[in-house]
Design a protein around this ligand. Structure first.
Ligand code: NAP
Length: 413
C-alpha cells in the first residue's frame, strides 16, 4: 500500500478491488477526487452534491478522498501533479476530477496527458446523448446517442516532439535525409505519430466489448487511412482484425451485412464499419442515427468528441472518462475556462453527468439513470445556467443553484 505525504485516506469506506478482470465495488467505496483548476472549483462541489444524493437514493455512499492536482497541488506540494494523487488513484482505482489548465506552446506538459499515460488509461470514453430541452444546432438532436472511444496514449498526442532548431530536431532531419532521402525544411519542429497494433487492438476490443455489454448495434472505426496508411490505415486493419479474431461470433462487417443479410442486421450481431474521419464529421450531422459506438485514434477523437458535444448542447454538457484495465478517471470534456473561475456561473451538467458515468462504471446504473433524469427535468423546467440561457432564455441560475435544483428533482424520483 502506498504511503501518503500530505493527504490521508478516509478511515470509513472500503476499497474497490479488481479481480479476474472485474471490478468489485463495495456499497461505500472510497473515491479520490480533485477539483482541479479554474471552474473546477465551481463544478466539482456542485457535482458532489448531486452524486451524494443519488448514491443515498439507492442505499449507497461514496466516501470521498480529497486529493490535489493543478494550482492547488502546486501551492501544497510545489508540484502540479504530486505522487500522493497518482498513488490515490492507483490504490482506489476510480477517481473523479475537475479540469486542469495546460499552457499552450510551452510551460509544463499537459497534466491530463500525464495522468493518462502514467496510469495507462488507454481509452478516453465519451458518451454523447441528447437531454430533452437543450438547445442544439441539429433538427433532430434526439437521434444523437454515441459513445466515442478515443485512443489515449499514442498518435501525435504521445508528446514525442522537438522544437524547431533543437539539436534533436536537426539530427532527425539529417537522419531522414541521409538514410531515407526525405527532405524536411530545417526550420521545422518535428513530431512523431506512433500507432501500434497493441494499443489499437486493446482500444477496439474495449469498444466492441462495450457494444456487446450495452446492446449497441454497431462499432465504427474512424481513421484517416487514405492518407496516413501505415498509422491510421493500420488502425483500421487492426480494428477489423480484433473484431474477427476475438468477436467473430457476434460481429459482422458492413460488406457481410449487405452480401449475406441484405442489409438487415441479424439479431444479436454488431456491425463493424469504418469511415474516413472527414466523411465521419459530416455523417455525424447528416446521418446521425446510423452511428453508435465509434473507435478512433487520439487526435481525431479529440476533435470529434468536441464536435459531437456541440450537437447536443455544448461543452458544458458532455461527460468523459479515461479507462484502463480495472481503473477509471472520470472528467468532463470541457476545460478549466479560467475567465469564469470562481464566479458560480458555469454549467455543472458535464461534471454531474461525468459522475453519472462513473456510477455506471461502478455498476450503479440506477443512480446514473436518476441523475440523468433529474438533470433533464431541471433543464426542461427552464432552470438553466448562462450558456443554455443565452440560447433559449429561462430562469438564469448559478452553478450551485442549478445543482440544488437537480438534487430537488432527484428527490422526487
Ligand atoms: P474550455 O475551458 O473548455 O472553455 C471553452 C469555452 O467553452 C468556455 O469559454 C465556455 O464558452 C465553454 N465552456 C466550457 N466549460 C463550460 C461549462 N462548464 N459551462 C458553460 N460553458 C462552458 O476550453 P479552453 O478555453 O480551450 O481551455 C482552458 C484550459 O482548460 C486550457 O488550459 C486547456 O488546456 C484546459 N483543458 C483541460 C481539459 C481537461 O482538464 N480535461 C480539457 C480541455 C481543456 P463561452 O466562452 O462561449 O461561454
Amino acid at each position: 500500500m502506498p504511503g501518503y505525504e500530505k493527504v490521508k485516506p478516509p478511515e470509513n469506506g472500503k476499497k474497490i478491488r479488481y479481480e479476474d478482470g472485474k471490478l468489485i465495488v463495495p456499497d461505500n467505496p472510497i473515491i479520490p477526487y480533485f477539483e482541479g483548476d479554474g471552474i473546477g472549483k465551481d463544478v466539482v462541489p456542485a457535482a458532489l452534491m448531486v452524486l451524494d444524493a443519488a448514491a443515498e437514493k439507492i442505499g449507497k455512499e461514496v466516501v470521498w478522498f480529497r486529493v490535489y492536482a493543478g494550482e492547488d497541488a502546486y501551492k501544497l506540494y510545489g508540484d502540479y501533479l504530486p505522487a500522493d494523487t497518482l498513488n490515490a488513484i492507483k490504490e482506489f482505482r476510480v477517481a473523479l476530477k475537475g479540469p486542469l489548465t495546460t499552457p499552450v506552446g510551452g510551460g509544463f506538459r499537459s497534466l491530463n496527458v500525464t495522468i493518462r499515460q502514467v496510469l495507462d488509461l488507454y481509452a478516453n470514453v465519451r458518451p454523447v446523448y441528447y437531454l430533452d430541452g437543450l438547445p442544439s444546432p441539429l433538427k433532430k438532436p434526439e437521434l444523437v446517442d454515441l459513445v466515442i472511444f478515443r485512443e489515449n496514449t499514442e498518435d501525435v498526442y504521445a508528446g514525442i516532439e522537438w522544437q524547431r532548431g533543437s539539436s534533436e530536431a536537426l539530427k532527425l532531419i539529417k537522419f531522414l535525409a541521409d538514410k531515407f532521402g526525405v527532405q524536411i525544411r530545417e526550420d521545422s519542429g518535428i513530431g512523431i505519430k506512433p500507432i501500434s497494433e497493441f494499443a489499437t487492438k486493446r482500444l477496439v476490443r474495449m469498444a466492441i466489448q462495450y457494444a456487446i455489454d450495452n446492446e449497441r448495434e454497431s462499432v465504427t472505426i474512424v481513421h484517416k487511412g487514405n492518407i496516413m496508411k501505415y498509422t491510421e490505415g493500420a488502425f483500421r486493419d487492426w480494428g477489423y482484425e480484433v473484431a474477427k479474431e476475438e468477436f467473430g461470433d457476434v460481429t459482422i462487417t458492413e460488406d457481410e451485412l449487405w452480401d449475406n443479410y441484405g442489409g438487415e442486421v441479424p439479431k444479436g450481431k454488431i456491425v463493424i464499419k469504418d469511415r474516413i474521419a472527414d466523411n465521419m464529421f459530416q455523417q455525424l450531422l447528416t446521418r446521425t442515427a446510423e452511428y453508435d459506438v465509434l473507435a478512433m485514434p487520439n487526435l481525431n477523437g479529440d476533435y470529434m468528441s468536441d464536435a459531437a458535444a456541440a450537437m447536443v448542447g455544448g461543452l458544458g454538457i458532455v461527460p468523459g472518462s479515461n479507462i484502463g484495465d480495472g481503473m477509471g478517471v472520470f472528467e468532463p470534456v470541457h476545460g478549466s475556462a479560467p475567465k469564469y473561475a470562481g464566479q458560480n456561473k458555469v454549467n455543472p451538467t458535464a461534471e454531474i453527468l461525468t459522475g453519472a458515468l462513473m456510477f455506471e462504471y461502478l455498476g450503479w446504473k440506477e443512480a446514473s439513470e436518476i441523475i440523468k433524469k433529474a438533470v433533464e427535468m431541471t433543464i426542461k423546467s427552464g432552470i438553466v445556467t448562462y450558456d443554455i440561457h443565452r440560447h433559449m432564455g429561462g430562469k438564469l441560475v448559478g452553478t450551485r443553484e442549478f445543482a440544488q435544483a437537480v438534487v430537488e428533482n432527484l428527490q422526487t424520483l
